[in-house]
Design a protein around this ligand. Structure first.
Ligand SMILES: [Zn+2]
Length: 304
């Protein structure tokens, strides 16, 4: 009997597969701290956790695992995540980078999945582009609070699974030129946006479930592309209305020359990493092949 007995429905090899997996966690605040904790509960063995910030008083309303003592000591969020993971996975392979994720790209390349819980649209777009370049599924979460005037406030959020060859954050309408422009104009103001613990918990939990579904699917039809929307006022998570409208569409935003050479590099890369989950890289290669075949025809398989 192991501590994972109650999740044995994930498959007979699931314990080993989850232990072999490495998850990239970009952003360890309200959303990322929830995800770090849950992945440690589940038994994920490898972590690349990046965040440049230390915890502050104003983070303690939502940063899971962070204490008032941590805030008083201005402890790095990466240290809090490491401590939390170690408490459940003493032998976990943890790489922490107390800096922007752009300083952790070498480490993030080794991840099976990258989870993004970051402020800002430009950050998201860069992270998604990076993940696609290395054929790594990217799961994005984010929440917002909208002032509705006399009707109070609306808490909303989204969870998007973006895999190479499928629809992207721009396809979903999350990233737009207008939003990027508006964000650039408000540079520095993002930190004061309202944030609370429970929407982050819902979004992070849903995202963790989708990641586990990629690693150890417990049913035969896990979707390749997911776009879920959270309505914090009605307490619902549902498939975005955009998904129906996007059916059959091919993402025009990530041209093939932005992707590496998946048919050589990814295999070579995988050889250098011990025991990556077979289902995941096969899935990535299949998705990439379908994408390239769709654009160039089925003969263009070797070079891009
Ligand atoms: Zn797209």
């Amino acid at each position: 009997m192991t501590r994972f007995d109650r999740q044995s429905f994930l498959g007979s090899g699931s314990e080993a597969r989850l232990d072999e997996a490495t998850i990239g966690l970009v952003g360890l605040g309200g959303g990322g701290s929830h995800m770090a904790r849950q992945f440690a509960h589940i038994g994920i063995g490898g972590y690349v956790a990046a965040d440049p910030d230390a915890i502050e008083d104003t983070n303690t309303n939502r940063l899971v695992g962070g204490t008032l003592r941590d805030a008083a000591a201005a402890r790095a969020k990466t240290k809090i995540a490491r401590r939390m993971i170690r408490g459940l996975q003493p032998h976990a392979r943890i790489v922490t980078v107390c800096d922007t994720w752009q300083h952790a790209t070498e480490q993030l390349k080794t991840c099976d999945i990258i989870m993004g819980a970051v402020d800002g649209f430009a950050e998201r777009e860069q992270l998604e582009r990076f993940a696609r370049r290395y054929l790594i599924p990217y799961i994005d979460i984010g929440m917002d609070v909208h002032d509705l005037g006399k009707d109070g406030f609306l808490i909303s959020g989204q969870i998007i699974v973006s895999t190479p060859g499928s629809l992207c954050l721009r396809c979903c309408g999350l990233i737009t030129d207008e939003r990027l422009k508006e964000e650039a104009g408000k540079y520095g103001a993002a930190g004061s946006r309202p944030q609370v613990v429970w929407p982050n918990g819902v979004l992070a939990s849903t995202a963790v479930g989708l990641a586990v579904q990629l690693l150890t699917p417990w049913h035969p039809h896990p979707p390749a592309f997911t776009f879920l929307e959270y309505d914090g006022n009605s307490g619902t998570v549902s498939v975005s209305a955009h998904v129906e409208a996007l059916k059959g569409r091919i993402c025009p935003h990530h041209p093939p020359d932005e992707t590496g050479d998946p048919f050589f590099d990814i295999r070579k890369h995988l050889e250098g990493i011990e025991q990556r989950p077979a289902s995941l890289w096969r899935r990535a290669l299949r998705a990439a092949k379908a994408w390239f075949d769709g654009i160039f025809g089925s003969r263009s398989t070797q070079t891009v």
